[in-house]
Ligand binder design. Structure first.
Ligand SMILES: Nc1nc2c(ncn2[C@@H]2O[C@H](COP(=O)(O)OP(=O)(O)OP(=O)(O)O)[C@@H](O)[C@H]2O)c(=O)[nH]1
Ligand SMILES: [Mg+2]
Length: 301
């Protein structure tokens, strides 16, 4: 019998970056592909600020996804930093999945992505035209045509990350583009992000949902303590804002806003951790942190 020299024959694995303009549905798609909510989402742009890893497992494959912040042009230090994180992730992977919002094209940000793809000519790229639940077919056909001329994508998939249309087909196509290789993570791993990080992100998601204007963009969340007792986890989280006025908004009239944020976050955190949680939030002013690289680093960016 011929002994195979490759112990992973038939198994495909690799890293895939999910990249695109802000708010196109990258994090929604990541969550759908791995079947759990790992990455926070919101109807506002620039929700994701870090590289978020999520792992999809199959009988004969493993795809390690890197969800990334939305690529866009900006002069603000925090925005520049998160775009840098996104572009760096694209340099590390075996496969690039570009996501665009078919219902709301963003030519300026898309041009930045295409430029990046040109620098990564040897890395296979797929395109997902997302949010097709929102548009009519003729508009879609036109976009497929335009995009197929913009870059030699291996394949283009119209999808809906929200309702799951064509997501299994997209996943199968990605699997087929990966090299043969070993599983990088154990079978039951969904992410390598620490629980504390995801907990802080959940609080930030609720702030994105509950507040408007510049408030979510001036907010960062850190976990100050995380203590497990028999049947309860005590979590203290600090919400950092840039100005006193933002502190007032986050706390709300008679503390109502902070209470809503806390209650909503606790429900999701209990689901994530599978246990009862006591969550205490407090608000701190860290003057203009999003314009100061040192303060940004302290807050995790
Ligand atoms: N109708 C519709 N909405 C979608 C779809 N996919 C995502 N969305 C919505 O689009 C918004 C943005 O989704 P996110 O997943 O946060 O987008 P993102 O690309 O990760 O955004 P950033 O992290 O800010 O770059 C949310 O309100 C989602 O519910 C889709 O297929 N159809
Ligand atoms: Mg996101």
């Amino acid at each position: 019998m011929n002994q195979s020299s490759n112990p992973f024959e038939g198994f495909q694995s690799g890293f895939a970056a999910i990249a695109g303009a802000p708010n196109v549905g990258k994090s929604t798609l990541l969550n759908r592909m791995i079947g759990e909510k790992i990455s926070i989402t919101s109807s506002k742009p620039q929700t994701t600020r870090n590289r978020i890893m999520g792992i999809a497992h199959g009988e004969d494959y493993q795809i390690v996804f890197l969800d990334t912040p939305g690529v866009h042009r900006s002069n603000k230090p925090l925005n520049r930093k998160i775009v840098e994180v996104a572009l760096a992730a694209i340099d590390e992977v075996d496969l690039i999945l570009v996501v665009v919002d078919a219902s709301n094209p963003d030519p300026q940000s898309e041009a930045l992505i295409v430029e990046k793809l040109q620098q990564r000519k040897n890395t296979p790229a797929l395109l997902a035209l997302n949010k097709i639940d929102l548009i009519e077919k003729p508009r879609l056909l036109h976009q497929i045509d335009t995009w197929s001329k913009a870059h030699p994508f291996a394949e283009i998939f119209p999808i809906s990350a929200l309702d799951g249309t064509q997501v299994p087909e997209l996943l199968a196509a990605m699997r087929n583009l990966l090299p043969e290789g070993p599983p990088y993570f154990p079978e039951d791993a969904l992410t390598d992000m620490p629980e504390r990080f995801i907990v802080a992100e959940i609080v930030r998601e609720k702030i994105f949902e509950q507040t408007g204007q510049e408030v979510p963009y001036g907010t960062a969340v850190t976990i100050e303590s995380f203590e497990e007792s028999d049947d309860l986890i005590h979590i203290h989280a600090a919400v950092h804002v840039e100005r006193d006025s933002q502190k007032g908004i986050i706390i709300g009239k008679q503390g109502q806003m902070l209470k809503t944020i806390g209650t909503e976050a606790r429900t999701d955190i209990e689901h994530l951790l599978g246990t009862k949680v006591f969550l205490k939030l407090f608000v701190r002013v860290e003057k203009n942190w999003s314009r100061n690289p040192r303060a940004m680093r302290k807050l995790g960016y």
